[in-house]
Write a protein that binds this ligand. Structure first.
Ligand SMILES: [Zn+2]
Length: 163
């Protein structure tokens, strides 16, 4: 199936089928990053999947929730299959879910899981270069000093205290 102008969709997958296979390892470990899902070896170490798995599948801004993953590939260049998360709006149209930099990348925000949150594409585009308040920004900068697996444990323990 063709999605928009530049994307081909191969299959649709339930949320847990994908999120249960997310790996918290640095990228670039070759086959050690890949898991077999729906007949393809998929790189499951993407920071985007890590964000959806750890931070959840709801938009931090408007609350719309991811409903399914689609295995898709860009038609240009030589992209391989990857999963995109989609929510459905009130009219049943698909809304792409993205990984937002809480401190915008262009304002010095790091590519670290601590600085990511799940956000739908329209909210992400609206937010653009907006900075979080100073307390949040300070906390995130501090958290970005942690190594990936330490941060995941830290986030989970913080979350279990809140729940
Ligand atoms: Zn949103």
């Amino acid at each position: 199936m063709r999605v928009g102008q530049a994307m081909t969709r191969k299959s649709v997958h339930e949320i847990d089928e994908v999120l249960d296979k997310v790996l918290y390892v640095s990228r670039g470990l070759g086959r050690h990053c890949r898991r077999l899902i729906g007949g393809d070896m998929m790189d499951m170490s993407s920071p985007r999947y890590q964000c959806f798995q750890l931070k959840g599948i709801k938009c931090a801004e408007c609350g719309i929730e991811g409903k399914f993953f689609a295995k898709e590939k860009s038609d240009d260049k030589h992209y391989s299959w990857h999963f995109n998360l989609y929510a459905l709006d009130a009219k049943g149209r698909e809304v792409l879910m993205t990984k937002d930099h809480i401190i915008p990348y262009k304002r010095g925000g790091e590519n670290h899981l601590a600085n990511f949150q799940t956000m739908c594409k329209p909210c992400n585009e609206k937010k653009y270069l907006t900075m979080p308040n100073a307390d949040v920004a300070d906390r995130i900068r501090w958290e970005c000093g942690m190594d990936l697996r330490d941060y995941v444990e830290y986030y989970k323990s913080k979350k279990s205290l809140r729940d």
